[in-house]
Design a protein around this ligand. Sequence first.
Ligand SMILES: NC(=O)c1ccc[n+]([C@@H]2O[C@H](COP(=O)([O-])OP(=O)(O)OC[C@H]3O[C@@H](n4cnc5c(N)ncnc54)[C@H](OP(=O)(O)O)[C@@H]3O)[C@@H](O)[C@H]2O)c1
Length: 346
Amino acid sequence: MRVGIINVTGYAGVELARILLRHPEVELVSVTGRSAAGKKLREIFPHLVDTELIVTAELDRVDVAFSALPHKDSAVECLKALEAEARVIDLSADFRLTDTAVYKAWYGVDHPAPEHLPEAVYGLVELQRERIRTARLVASPGCYPTSAILGLAPALKHELIEGQIIVDSKSGVSGAGRTLSLTTHFSEVNENTQAYGLSGHRHQPEIAQELNKLAAAGAGARGPVEVLFVPHLIPMIRGILSTCYAKLAEIPARPELQAEIRQLYRDFYAGETFVKVTDAPPQTKHVAGSNTCLVYPVVDPRTNTLVVISCIDNLVKGAAGQAVQSMNVMLGLPEATGLRQLGLYP
Ligand SMILES: NC(=O)c1ccc[n+]([C@@H]2O[C@H](COP(=O)([O-])OP(=O)(O)OC[C@H]3O[C@@H](n4cnc5c(N)ncnc54)[C@H](OP(=O)(O)O)[C@@H]3O)[C@@H](O)[C@H]2O)c1
């Protein structure tokens, strides 16, 4: 199987290259870049020590194309790849939101390819495995949404919570990408913590869309959920830790509820390679460099609140790793092929 990466020079693109160059069942044959076109990939990224790939302006013919371009430009390149009969996995936000009016409101432009939205499958493998298997176009989820949705899916599916959900997330700086900006300078980020996106972050409608799909799939009486999302930037490179809060549907919380919910989460993710329910609050260090999502649900009986802590590496499970997980499913390969690496510690 021949695979290619559109825009290898961003953090998501180069992380895809790191994973795909060691994938035993596919060959990375083509990588594109704008300013890097014509250069050797390993000259730009010396950690990719043994590849002879040259960055090109246009993608070669491939079976599977990954796009790691910014939104809007990404959709345009995805269409070209679809026309060339590749199956496409888009890491940008272009095919994640199902409503073009919502896309325009948050991204400020008309959707570049609305006719392809109906066929796009949201690439959260644990929840969409069957649809991904036959998909031609996969919209790989955003990094914050991945952590929040995996943390809350069992609770919503089983109608344990209702009303407003608060998602309080901390992210490392690589989530903001490789493009230079004042807010990601070392001296702005180091020994500092800042909330941002308080007037609205583009991942909020994505989280709300997917959580409401889950809420609607329950027995039905609970109604839609509201999502309040506040992201924070913290002084580390990789990682997202989301702490999610929601009122329990069953009030007051019985003493046994804690153990029941932990078991329900374990049953929900039983058999999953990449989502694990932990017995202690997970930390970003536990997942750095791996495709794992660690989830820890806990009941606060004083306020009848379910608190769920969810940790991922934003560049692996939040981007390149889960895109490769989708590719494995699309190609009928074992889902963990090329993704077995454990977290880096310390
Ligand atoms: N970072 C994450 O954690 C993460 C997680 C999930 C999804 N994503 C998504 O993945 C995509 C890439 O994100 P990223 O964080 O990897 O970005 P990034 O590191 O900021 O990538 C920027 C790179 O893309 C090139 N570039 C920028 N605009 C371009 C354009 N219009 N056309 C061609 N090349 C362009 C730039 O290269 P030159 O200027 O040198 O050409 C630059 O090297 C985005 O859609 C993002 O939403 C990112």
